[in-house]
Design a binder for this molecule. Structure first.
Ligand code: ATP
Ligand code: MG
Length: 332
């Protein structure tokens, strides 16, 4: 990573260019964008065209044109690629992927290095399987020095179930010889009150990531609020549509800002399935498609078992880990 520093710094400053540098963004447009949490050129690309249409109230063509200008400008600075790229560039970008340790060697190995940046990792399973505990542990671990499996960066934690516990963070930080106060200060927590609040928080994440230099975004849980509010078949289409928007936003954020996005999900118990595992994550195809890695968690005697589901590059396998005072670790 050394030697990369200077180059990266320049890139970060340029992608933070204010929207007003673009032709066609006058004070009124800038105000509308700012009101919606969009400040930079990069924000214009992170948000979908339809969302920008809603904000600006203009024609789709105009918005597409604006996004095209934003893309051209960032391509000029070599921050993003436009259109086709040679595979060596993709290879270069992939090499920048970094990993956050879960605290368990077994689980890190299953993930082939830990939780990855530029990707969405989902932990799903029944209640009490350790999803929230993993989120707490990662929020501490991302702050560790690189040689200890961290990224020396902060975390953003969106809590939809009111289960974030600062006292637990203190406990894990102490177990890792980190200053608990510092660690707490570097976890930026938002309590999402309902699904529309959650969508809004996700829409504004780009700015938050820049402000805090976060390398981890946690969403515990991602689908819960939608499931609670959109009940019944009649509302399914609308629910899936909103989930789709959120998952796309998260994908773009993960890639553009090189952050690890970790979401949790509960299982849908299907009593009609008699063979195989009668549990599936909630959210259907919309969520499944956007996720890079799905990890299924289940309880075992005195431990937890994680398995990786549907990953093209990971060999099928399982990892046994335990939840302890210091976070997540291998069984003794
Ligand atoms: P839900 O679906 O209800 O959100 P979850 O998968 O998020 O469940 P967690 O809250 O992560 O579940 O896990 C809870 C379990 O973690 C507890 O049952 C307990 O076994 C374990 N646990 C929590 N804190 C500690 C601790 N300090 N030391 C050891 N184990 C702990
Ligand atoms: Mg939980």
């Amino acid at each position: 990573m050394a030697g990369h520093g200077e180059e990266e710094k320049v890139a970060i400053e340029e992608k933070d260019l204010d929207v007003s540098v673009l032709d066609g963004v006058g004070p009124a447009t800038k105000q509308k964008l700012n009101n919606a949490g969009i400040y930079t050129i990069m924000d214009l690309l992170v948000h979908s065209t339809s969302h920008l249409c809603d904000i600006l109230g203009g024609s789709r063509e105009k918005v597409l044109h604006l996004q095209e200008k934003a893309r051209n400008l960032l391509a000029e600075y070599n921050i993003i690629e436009k259109g086709f790229v040679s595979a060596d560039k993709i290879y270069e970008r992939a090499k920048r992927i970094s990993y956050i340790t879960t605290g368990s060697k077994n689980l890190d190995e299953l993930l082939m290095g830990g939780v990855e940046t530029q990707a969405i990792t989902e932990f799903y399973g029944e209640f009490g399987t350790g999803k929230t505990q993993i989120c707490h542990a990662l929020s501490v671990n991302v702050q560790l020095p690189r040689e200890e499996g961290g990224l020396e960066a902060s975390a953003i934690y969106i809590d939809t179930e009111n289960t974030f516990r600062p006292s637990r963070i203190v406990e894990i930080a102490e177990g890792r010889n980190l200053d608990p106060k510092e660690v707490l200060r570097s976890i930026h927590v938002a309590r999402a009150l309902n699904s529309s609040h959650l969508l809004l928080l996700v829409k504004n994440l780009g700015q938050k990531i820049r402000e805090t230099d976060a390398k981890l975004v946690v969403l515990d849980s991602a689908v819960g609020p939608f499931r609670a509010e959109y009940v019944g078949r009649g509302q399914l289409a609308e629910r899936q549509q909103l989930l789709n928007v959120m998952m796309h936003d998260l994908t773009r954020l993960a890639e553009l800002y090189d952050v690890a996005v970790v979401i949790t999900n509960q299982v849908l118990v299907s009593p009609d399935i008699f063979f195989g595992d009668p549990t599936r994550p909630i959210g259907g195809h919309v969520v499944a498609h956007a996720i890079t890695y799905r990890i299924y968690l289940r309880k075992a005697k005195n431990a937890r078992i994680a398995s990786i589901v549907d990953s093209p590059q990971h060999p099928p396998g399982e990892a046994v880990f335990v939840i302890t005072k210091t976070g997540i670790s291998d069984p003794p």
